[in-house]
Design a protein around this ligand. Structure first.
Ligand code: IMP
Length: 210
């Protein structure tokens, strides 16, 4: 039986502003008082896991034990069919600029360009299917945890389009739509995204019916 989350404070175990914003919006209707790991000054653990599940659990446990509160972590990424599921758990790493020129930091256009370069290298008929995955881990200070996984299928487009959202949003066109995640209204993204899918499972499993 899934453990239920009582109303009250919940740490959002992420230092990614885009994710924190989306998770806050998704939590709003549930009487939860979200506080981010960044606002609490909690350290950001190194993501040493080799799966979304391992990394989500690692982040949730680190925040729950440091804050003494339940904590929710999101590990997510893009799996590209023609690239054998890459970048997968390394989705954020593909944006690291330190191997490139300039200041260390993340450059999402570099990351999207790297994916596109590998796809284009396979020729014009390449399968452009991709899937965003979101794994949510909810951990308590006593070490208990629950995990929920969501997915969103779609296709990659090039060049990038739109200014909304974050990360790889400008190249991802969700199944059945014409616009990218970065072109659609955030409320619409929240209704159909991999994070929304994982959230629906979290709400069904760990939140009391309200
Ligand atoms: P991590 O979960 O912090 O390791 O990072 C996952 C990375 O996947 C993010 O930094 C984004 O680049 C990408 N990602 C995850 N969810 C989304 C999304 O909803 N839109 C665009 N990019 C995303």
């Amino acid at each position: 039986m899934t453990r239920k989350l009582a109303p009250g404070k919940l740490v959002i175990a992420s230092h990614n502003a885009g994710k924190v914003r989306e998770i806050r919006a998704l939590l709003e209707p549930f009487g939860i008082d979200p506080v981010s790991a960044g606002d609490l000054g909690l350290p950001e653990p190194e993501e040493t896991g080799t799966s979304f599940r391992d990394n989500a659990l690692l982040k949730a446990h680190a925040s729950a034990s440091a804050a003494g509160l339940p904590a929710l972590a999101d590990d997510s990424g893009l799996e590209v069919a023609a690239l054998g599921g890459r970048p997968g758990v390394y989705t954020a790493d593909w944006a690291e600029r330190q191997w490139f020129e300039g200041e260390p930091g993340r450059d999402w256009y570099l990351a999207m360009g790297k994916v596109e370069g590998l796809l284009a290298g396979q020729g014009p008929g390449v399968d452009r299917s991709a899937c965003f995955v979101c794994t949510l881990a909810l951990a308590w200070p006593d070490g208990h945890a629950e995990v929920f996984e969501g997915r969103a299928e779609g296709k990659l487009t090039w060049p990038p389009r739109g200014k909304l959202g974050f990360g790889y949003d400008p190249v991802f066109v969700p199944a059945g739509k014409m616009l990218t995640y970065a072109e659609i209204d955030p409320a619409e993204k929240h209704a159909i995204s991999h994070r929304a899918d994982a959230f629906a499972k979290l709400v069904a499993g760990a939140f009391d019916a309200r």
